[in-house]
Design a protein around this ligand. Sequence first.
Ligand SMILES: [Zn+2]
Length: 422
Amino acid sequence: MISGIEPVFTNDTRAVEHLAQFCHQNDFKHITLVTDQNLYPILGKRAEQALKQDGISVRVIILHGDPVHPDDRYITKIFTQVDDTQTTFLSVGSGTLTDLTRFVALRTKSAFISMPTAPSMDGYASSGSALTLDGMKQTIISKPPIAIFADLDVLSHAPRAMISAGFGDVLGKFTALADWALGGLLWADAYSPELDSRTSAGLHKVVGLLPTLDANWEQAIKALTDSLVDVGICMALAGNSRPASGSEHSCSHYWEMKMMREGRPEVFHGTKVAYATTLIAKLYEILRGISRAQAMELLQNQQLPGAAEETRVIQQVFGPMADQVLKAQRQFLGLTQEQFLTLKERVIANWDEIQAIARRVPTSAEIVEMMRQAGLPTDPGLIHLTRQDIHEALAYGHYLRNPFTIVKLFRYMGVGFEQVAD
Ligand SMILES: [Zn+2]
């Protein structure tokens, strides 16, 4: 039952029943249930009771905090409450609790089960945890779930802002998938057309339900949760986060780090991702307006970005985190003249394919309309972003991650896009 890379996944109103049955069938004797003080009464307690009724011993770890953060401090809190009993970890919660629990599960050689409580982000099935360690947001290898039991009733009643954020994370797939396809075409990144189509199908199903969201609430929440979970499975199958995350996520991560450093109010991941998607969609609009002849002219005049200058910028912008950022950018900074020439030739030779990829991305105005339908704020001021933040994310966000994206393409082509932020 546990074999195979894809987790068992159910998404209906009988999640607790499915959980108990699954644990019984797999002969689990001990479960460590990790949740927080708000979610324990909503779902955690029911899960605990159902397991105990089945004769399974359950240790409950309730994290306190408003909110709980996915950071070193809470990892320690979980570790100090576990011993060497062989156990299966169960997280009852949304992104943060899932990330913390599966991080600990891997490091205690335990299996991991997830019970999502909000369709707020796409990481439920993934094998990475988005954690803030030493102030730097990182994706760290963690235990993928063997099963995900989504409770549609709990998910449908999740806080509206979290649900909107989930829609936002889904909208980010428009640019993430286009970036991934560019990486496969131009940078020899491992790209899977099958996983691209699979993610894209879920995205389009969700987007199709947005205009009638209120009238089809449960159906939309089910489609949203299915899509979010499936993207996570696609990430696990791809072995990286490319089906889910591209340059829009780099911008969002940049803001996340900056806001945290400056102690500014927190904004949900998917809410920032959606706004960043409108910016990257504008870049794809610019790309669609460039002809092959113009691209050739741009590339002919373009010099290899100077590694010394880039390093100086990274050191100035990222300060104590610069070393880590430089490590992530090794391939970008270490590009030789010969490799640069090959890249230029590849861009020109594949211009039609590049244009076909760019056409998959809706216009920025279309993304804004989808955000409205999903109940997401479309004014950057409402998510505490200044014009300066937006400029910085476009200029420096791409340094945080190493994949090839439209931002890297524009850097190599010398296409300026400062006006996008205004
Ligand atoms: Zn995301």
